[in-house]
Design a protein around this ligand. Structure first.
Ligand code: GAP
Length: 476
């Protein structure tokens, strides 16, 4: 049972993200482009922290995983071998009345229709006569068609069928295509993994829920190669590892669920798949899929390229095509989950603990409203803000600048001398800075500063020469 924090509106979160520089609409000055987003100064720090946490835990802290960084455009045969050219499709239905385009499964869900048991898209999502378009009410909904989600382009100056190429719809296939090279240079033995972080592109029919379903996004994928027959145990291992990782970046256990695929939902080559889901305000949705894919991908690349993908086991003297377990996560979806999890509207009294605000209502007498992003320090874009109490006192400013210079060698920190100290705290609360350091007149006499913690708003005094160590201990 998930008891997630969802009692806020996505509009309020999106407005904060724009106002404070987390997320902007792509090409906003030209009206935006549906399904594409830009990350502002704070958003790109947040995403960088997600990537770095993943890379540290999945690659750097392990002896059995190595990294890879493949090109986005690869030989088109890669996508024939992987099955994406033939089968990476979503069913689509158009309305001839208002020209709106729907993803057939979403349209069926919206209209409360049941897909038939047929496997062909054309039969499965055929709309019953008399069905009205939910946008304009017209009766002119088309039959469903399979729509390939890969973005096509041309390599070189000639735009014909021989120069067609695709923007990769996943990073995984680059790993499979380079399996032989990585194996020969990395001195790894099975079981071992190859990890990659990078952009992926899907021409989604209906991008929606803010950045959740975008047309350009970033994946973090691990292909963990194993001996055939060990699939179930390694799959279980990776599900457990990945669930722990989400807690390590501050997503609480109660907001995360697992969805285990039934046998009839699995691809024909897969033996298991678990999705890790987060309770967003718009529903419980996938952050990551962890699939046991057998040797499907390597076998197909062996067949299509004519190059051997076999592994020779020096211990047993056996040759085999390795099986793979694939934890595949989305950076943007995780960033969105972190933003949703962090966002809190509160009412705070002059003294004592804050209470959760009631959406749409003003704070009661004696309380003040604050919006606070409760990021775990590990993912917070800015880790600490440094404030001189007054900007027109050079002794305070000089000391605060010295502290700023020291701390910025360790973390992204922010110096702010403008406005009343309370307002400066609020500005940092709103972007999720976990710690604030204030230099005041006491600092000048005993070399201590105030260290304020964002969530509890509690303040302690601490010697300046202990500050770096104290913060390091609190960073997580
Ligand atoms: N190689 C396996 C694979 O690509 P997937 O479930 O299609 O599997 C993996 O994608 C992850 O990539 C998803 O769990 C999600 O986090 C992210 N992802 C997929 N499509 C996305 C989209 N349109 N927008 C944002 N993230 C997406």
């Amino acid at each position: 049972m998930t008891t997630a924090h969802t009692n806020f509106s996505m509009e309020n979160l999106a407005s904060l993200c724009k106002r404070r520089g987390f997320i902007f609409q792509s090409s906003e000055i030209y009206g935006g482009l549906n399904g594409f987003w830009d990350y502002g100064p704070l958003g790109c720090e947040l995403k960088r922290n997600v990537r770095e946490a993943w890379w540290k835990d999945m690659v750097l802290n392990r002896e059995d995983v190595v990294g890879l960084d493949c090109s986005i455009i690869m030989h088109p045969r890669v996508w024939e071998a992987s099955g994406h050219v033939g089968g990476f499709t979503d069913p689509m239905i158009d309305c001839r009345g208002c020209k709106k385009r729907f993803r057939a499964d979403q349209l069926f869900e919206e209209l409360g229709l049941q897909p038939s048991g047929e496997s062909e898209v054309e039969k499965k999502f055929k709309v019953p006569a008399g069905t009205k378009c939910p946008a304009c009410g017209s009766l002119e909904l088309t039959d469903p068609r399979a729509f390939n989600l890969m973005f096509k382009t041309f390599v070189g100056p000639v735009e014909d069928s021989s120069s067609v190429a695709y923007l990769r719809p996943e990073t995984a296939q680059g790993i499979f295509a380079q399996f032989g090279n990585v194996l020969s240079v990395s001195r790894q033995k099975i079981p071992f993994g190859i990890a990659q972080i990078g952009k992926a592109f899907r021409n989604e029919i209906n991008p929606r829920n803010y950045t959740f379903r975008s047309r350009e996004f970033e994946q973090m994928e691990l292909e963990f190669f194993i001996k055939p027959g060990t699939d179930a145990e390694w799959h279980q291992y990776w599900v457990e590892q990945r669930l722990k990782w989400y807690q390590s970046i501050g997503l609480p256990q109660e907001s995360i669920t697992q969805y285990t695929y039934g046998k009839n939902e699995l691809a024909h080559y897969a033996s298991a798949c678990v999705d890790i889901m987060y309770a967003f305000p718009f529903g419980v949705q996938e952050l990551e899929g962890i699939a046991a894919r057998g040797n499907f991908d390597l076998s197909r690349h062996q067949e299509y390229s004519g190059k051997s993908m076999e592994y020779f086991d020096p211990d047993t003297q056996e040759k085999f095509i390795p099986h793979v377990v694939e934890p595949s996560a989305g950076v943007d979806r995780i960033a969105l989950a972190l933003l949703c999890n962090a966002y809190h509207e509160e009412w705070i009294p002059k003294e004592g603990p804050a209470i959760e605000a009631e959406p749409g209502k003003p704070p009661p007498e004696g309380y003040e409203a604050r919006t606070v992003m409760r990021f775990a320090p590990r993912v917070a874009p800015i880790k600490c803000a440094i404030f001189p109490l007054l900007k027109n006192k050079p002794e305070l400013v000089g000391k605060a600048r010295d502290i700023f210079t020291t701390l910025r060698k360790h973390w992204p920190v922010f110096y702010d001398q403008t406005g009343a100290i309370g307002r400066r705290y609020r500005r940092q609360d709103e972007i999720g800075t976990p710690f604030g350091v204030t230099v005041d007149f006491e600092t000048l006499t005993d070399n201590t500063v105030t260290l304020r913690e964002r969530d509890s708003m509690q303040q302690i005094r601490i010697p300046v020469d202990k500050l770096t160590e104290e913060l390091a201990g609190r960073m997580g």
